[in-house]
Design a binder for this molecule. Sequence first.
Ligand SMILES: Cc1cc2nc3c(=O)[nH]c(=O)nc-3n(C[C@H](O)[C@H](O)[C@H](O)COP(=O)(O)O)c2cc1C
Length: 303
Amino acid sequence: MTDLTVTLAGMTLKNPVVVASGTFGFGHEYGEFYDLSELGGICVKGLTPRRREGNPAPRIAETPMGILNSVGLQNPGVDEFIRAELPYLKQFDTRIIANISGDTPEEYGVMCEKLSAAGVDMIEVNISCPNVKAGGLAYGTRPELAAEVTGIAKAHSAVPVMVKLSPNVTDVTEIARAVEGAGADAVSLINTLRGMRIDVNTRRPILKQNTGGLSGPAVLPVAVRMVWEVSGAVQIPVLGMGGVATAEDAAQLMLAGASAVAVGTACFADPYAPLKVRDGLAALAARQGLERVSQLTGAVRPW
Ligand SMILES: Cc1cc2nc3c(=O)[nH]c(=O)nc-3n(C[C@H](O)[C@H](O)[C@H](O)COP(=O)(O)O)c2cc1C
């Protein structure tokens, strides 16, 4: 039996498969299908200091091998999450990762304090959401701003801080180095890639926001490349995501350097996708004669 445990910023995960923020809500819908304790971890929907309704519809559009979304950060706000959602999630034997977005660096600090005190296992700082007009993108595309938010999150957190990187940059390693320098305990990548679809008859963009974030199998090669570049540039661990639908996809991200992987869009098509990825990874590691699945991390043999 292959050992499936992995560590991410000093935190042990029972298996390397986490679910990605915004694709798993707060777990209720998936909890009707299986015991959420089967997962390595759950990244919850992005939280903001106050309740947000998100963007107007249409805000999801299919694309070949993926989806475009402009959901925006629809969520009940951090206080309501702690009051009404966290107790449900804490029933399960899995790691709870709180994903946060703020309009100002100070807002990140306030949320980190509240969430640390409430007992989440880790905080994932979203500096990369391309859908929210106020803030968001700017932090993730400028090293000095990314470092500033990271520093504030670290100063106000009692749990490990993972910074989620945007792929919508020229050099992702520059941002990764900046957040590592500011004290990040881990990085996660990739968030969605900005995209657009247009209805040729009405000449209107399909999404009400005009543009949105692309996710799903189409983005996997970009994610593998960026995880490979980032894990070569920093010492802190990487949570890899972007287009994972099968165990082979997850194994590619791990070989590229990820310590663990997140499954996002694939959950919409198949709620069991994260468990299938986990079981497939165990089988793949066994076939390759590995004692531990963590032996895949960074084991790519580049030419
Ligand atoms: C509908 C939707 C909502 C998302 N919401 C968030 C969010 O609130 N915070 C965040 O950091 N990432 C969010 N993401 C990005 C995902 O967590 C993930 O980084 C991205 O979709 C790539 O992984 P995937 O191809 O497996 O979905 C969202 C993605 C989708 C599709």
